[in-house]
Design a protein around this ligand. Sequence first.
Ligand code: NAP
Length: 265
Amino acid sequence: MPPLDLSIGLGTSGLDDPRTCTDTVATALETGYRHVDTAQMYDNEAAVGAGIAESDVDRDDVVVATKVHPENLAPDDVRETARESLDRLGLDRVDLLYVHWPIRAYDAERTLPAFDDLREAGLADHVGVSNFTPELLREADEILDAPIAAHQVECHPRFRQPELRALADEFDHDLVGYSPLGRGEILGDPAIAEIAARNDLSPAVVALAWAVDRGIVPIPKARGDHVRENLRAVDVDPPDADLDAVDALDSGDRQIDPDDAAWNR
Ligand code: NAP
């Protein structure tokens, strides 16, 4: 199995209108994205798959990631609903299949072997986890035959996840940062706005360039012109002092409360 090669991805949560979702995915791929993130929960896998099919980009050049819904984490449901996801996506395999959240039907000893089965059957190239604590991450690492290829968690300048990033280095997996723009909340941050203006960048590009520089794989959700704009983050190189200033913005201010609406994302 080739190693997972993750670059900035297109987040698709909230791309609810099928035509908009399909067009956005196709445009993103033609613009240069090579990583698309969806989930059973987003109810848009078919539209995402249509966008991949409509683009000129070879499917094998794209990392397609989806996530098994927390309600579907009993072993038989993992196997059955992952196949349903592939049907909706119109693909014979995904590159990355995540446990979306270790809640509801999640039971490490029963859930994770089903992910190994799907990998061994060639339906998922790599296994990922999302929204795990350090303890649950260590447990999953012990149970899975497959190495954990990626851990997807909320990560942006106001919520930098130092412990999980250190663990990602220890386990040698990618840290995929969701809500990398803080769901839009950090775009008005005065410090980010000042850095953006001084470097002739947009606030979104500053936040995403910070993530890329720090080894985080951001997956911003975007539509229209924002899709192309965000991709600039991989090509710009803000001064180290400005990136250090972004580091200082961590307020522990997360957008998604795991105890609140965890399974509704
Ligand atoms: P986000 O990417 O931080 O923010 C999205 C918001 O930022 C949208 O309102 C978008 O507006 C706006 N935006 C994007 N680019 C912009 C730009 N250049 N300038 C101004 N505004 C911009 O939030 P998110 O959707 O929560 O997170 C991203 C992805 O992470 C999701 O789509 C999903 O794939 C994943 N995610 C995973 C989990 C999980 O539990 N694993 C949880 C949450 C999210 P427009 O749409 O109008 O461009």
